[in-house]
Design a protein around this ligand. Structure first.
Ligand SMILES: NC(=O)c1ccc[n+]([C@@H]2O[C@H](COP(=O)([O-])OP(=O)(O)OC[C@H]3O[C@@H](n4cnc5c(N)ncnc54)[C@H](OP(=O)(O)O)[C@@H]3O)[C@@H](O)[C@H]2O)c1
Length: 316
């Protein structure tokens, strides 16, 4: 089979389309023929080794074919598998074992969730990591009368987070580049800021929830923009900011303006709920580019260079 193999660290020159043996499923594992694989910022962090946690995680994981939002058709069942059937369309978050940027991918049977007929391959593959981030952030936090700000609102997870918050009845503000203003408005943001011209931490307004998908500011400064009882939820950003958010979780725990590091759950739990939301129209992934495995290297370089607005999905 063909697979996009990553060697060392670089800016995409370290990705090569290579021939690999088709993997065979072991006990309790299922192999799918990949129909689509969504790309995430974390894939690019593994390719470049930046921020530092990308390099540290990769050293532990010891993988060289990335891609973890995998939509495929069941092609082989390992010993002990009985829940799925051959030919069934299934979706998994294979973060940890990866293997989605290839023609075939093996993962534990428990990870694969059947995909309803009304959800397209591309929409399903755009959901696992971004949808789970959005759902974990907004569930139980956004609601009528709440004002929510999503920083980094025009990337992979941002539009889904905005849609969920707006659907829950919150007033949503969103921050990203001016080029992504339409995407954020269409997702349901009532006010959109361009981070290259405006600093949301310098606003007069206060928020009940600030979801930071790309945190660059000192946490003490951002917390001043929270209403009493409000929460600052940090998801990703440079390594120093990740460590600061982890520390702030402790020192703000008993204050009225909490800061937390969102630990995104991996695995199948949110996938059925997210696909249900796509089916009934509550959620609409924003897909910026769909490309083949042959063109995946360049597409990932474009994603890393911020040239793709919305999700990149690779269709082998
Ligand atoms: N905590 C966890 O458990 C966990 C798990 C998985 C992933 N993550 C992290 O969560 C984040 C996922 O977000 P995502 O998938 O939506 O990433 P994404 O697609 O890269 O979106 C981030 C958005 O933020 C924008 N941005 C860049 N610099 C900014 C700034 N200074 N101010 C405001 N916006 C800025 C980006 O614009 P440009 O594209 O123009 O740069 C992009 O539109 C990533 O940082 C990832 O590493 C965390």
């Amino acid at each position: 089979m063909r697979a996009l193999v990553c060697t060392g660290y670089g800016n995409g020159e370290n990705l090569t389309l290579a021939s690999r043996p088709t993997p065979e499923p072991g006990a309790g594992e299922v192999r799918v023929r990949v129909l689509a694989c969504g790309a995430n910022a974390s894939d690019w962090e593994f390719v470049t080794g930046t921020p530092l946690y990308g390099r540290i995680s990769r050293w532990f994981l010891r993988k060289d074919v990335f891609g973890s939002d995998v939509l495929g058709e069941v092609a082989a069942l390992g010993p002990g598998c009985g829940r799925l059937r051959l030919g069934q369309r299934v979706l998994a978050d294979t973060f940890g074992t990866f293997g989605g940027y290839a023609e075939h991918c093996v993962a534990k049977e428990a990870l694969w969730v059947p995909v309803p007929d009304g959800v397209s391959d591309v929409f399903a593959a755009a959901l696992p990591q971004s949808g789970t981030i959005a759902l974990s952030a907004m569930k139980g936090r956004a609601g009528p009368g709440k004002r929510v700000l999503v920083n980094g609102g025009g990337g992979g997870s941002g539009p889904l987070a905005i849609q969920l918050a707006a659907a829950a009845g919150a007033e949503v503000w969103a921050v990203d580049t001016a080029a992504k203003a339409d995407v954020m408005h269409e997702a349901g943001a009532v006010r959109v800021l361009d981070f290259e011209r405006e600093d949301f931490a310098a606003l007069e307004e206060r928020f009940d929830l600030i979801l930071d998908l790309y945190g660059t500011r000192p946490i003490a400064r951002v917390r001043r923009r929270l209403n009493p009882g409000g929460e600052y939820l940090f998801v990703g950003g440079p390594m120093g900011r990740v460590l600061a958010a982890a520390a702030a979780m402790l020192w703000t725990r008993f204050t009225t303006r909490r800061a937390s590091l969102l630990m995104v759950p991996q695995g199948p739990d949110a996938l059925a709920e997210l696909m249900e939301m796509v089916l009934d129209g509550r959620l609409r992934p924003v897909v910026g580019e769909v490309t083949s495995l042959d063109c995946a290297r360049q597409a990932l370089i474009d994603m890393g260079a911020r040239r793709i607005a919305g999700k990149l999905v690779i269709v082998p």
